[in-house]
Design a protein. Structure first.
Length: 360
């Protein structure tokens, strides 16, 4: 919810695209602290306590946004929100991969990802329903985040114990599983750009704020409906090949956006295809990670994965925001299509032995 809502608020304040994107990047900049911090916190305090800390931090940060409605004041606030959110996500990713069986890992992660993406879909839909002229949507989001403490308290004794001593091993994982690490970077570049600036793109293409937010809703809805089918495919076929196909289709769907934006039905279809394919990066990568790494190594690689995802999240909105300022609104889909093309080339190169054996 924060990405589209705050992007719209800043757009109305006359904030330029590059600064709007930089504001979104500050929220994701906090993810860069996860690689060194996350494994230590989880190893010392456990998954449940770390996730509860994340929920508390998110609530405080969200409540501070309307108190200081200024782009510069939002930089530190959005940093706190981003860090808190990633503590929750990292804890959840590790928890689900620890309990998953190898033969149904993709399907289980797909179920988990469905609920995760459903939460992302509800946020923009809430903006459409209650509007963006007040902070009502934000306060509803605060209530929803607070409710997350209920299932966490119920399942506090069910979280598996992490064996061993988790630690940051970024360079090690970059060397032995480069495709997974680059997948994280690419996912961050594309996903954050869409979440942060798609409403701005819609407004600049002539849509009203609510309809522009609906673009994001359809994108996330595609991610919701695609998680389980993609997860089941990841259990049945070569995951590297599946990742390559998803990247190819994502590239074409993003590139088609400027040509369909004026046609409602075609726009919704394109956005849903984008959601399915880009969302599949997550479920496929998580299945590949869980199949190879266990216990402390699982915590460590997950933190490294999130770090590179966060790096992409930081850079993506800034680059795309600048592209919008330089080339107009269609600079946004052009950037996404180029990123997908580069990632596809890297996957093919890896699978053909360009830098050693394919990792999974």
């Amino acid at each position: 919810m924060t990405w589209p809502l705050l992007a719209i608020v800043l757009e109305r304040q006359g904030v330029p695209g590059w600064l709007n994107g930089l504001s979104a990047s500050s929220q994701m900049l906090a993810i860069l602290a996860i690689a060194p911090l996350g494994p230590r916190l989880i190893g010392r305090f456990g998954t449940v306590r770390v996730m509860a800390l994340g929920i508390a931090g998110m609530v405080i940060g969200l409540l501070l946004l309307p108190v200081y409605p200024n782009v510069w004041a939002w930089f530190p606030i959005r940093f706190v929100i981003g860090l808190s959110a990633e503590l929750i996500f990292v804890g959840g990713d590790i928890w689900i991969n620890q309990i998953a069986r190898d033969e149904t890992r993709g399907k289980l992660i797909g179920v988990y990802g469905t609920f995760l993406h459903a939460g992302f879909a509800v946020g923009p839909a809430t903006i459409v329903i209650v509007g963006s002229d007040s902070w009502t949507a934000l306060y509803l989001g605060v209530a929803a985040v607070t409710c997350g403490l209920v299932p966490l308290a119920w399942g506090r004794n069910l979280a598996p114990v992490v064996e061993g001593k988790p630690r940051s091993r970024m360079l090690y994982f970059l060397r032995i599983v480069p495709t997974l690490m680059v997948a994280a970077l690419m996912f961050g570049l594309i996903d954050s750009t869409v979440l942060a600036l798609l409403p701005v793109y819609g407004v600049q293409k002539g849509l009203n704020a609510e309809t522009a937010s609906m673009l994001l809703t359809m994108f996330v809805l595609g991610g919701v409906v695609g998680q389980i089918p993609i997860g089941m495919l990841a259990d049945k076929m070569d995951r590297g090949r599946l990742l390559a196909w998803a990247t190819l289709i994502a590239m074409f769907s993003i590139a088609a956006l400027p040509f369909v934006i004026g046609h409602t039905a075609m726009t919704w279809i394109a956005m849903m295809i984008m959601g399915v394919t880009i969302g599949s990066f997550y479920v496929i990568a998580m299945a590949m990670i869980g199949a190879r790494f266990k216990h402390a190594d699982l915590v460590s690689i997950n933190a490294s994965f999130v770090f590179l995802w966060g790096l992409g999240d930081v850079v993506g909105p800034f680059i795309s925001g600048a592209a919008i300022d330089i080339w107009g609104p269609d600079g946004l889909p052009a950037t996404g299509a180029v990123v997908c093309a580069l990632f596809l080339v890297f996957i093919v190169w890896q699978r053909r032995g360009g830098a050693g054996p394919y990792p999974v």
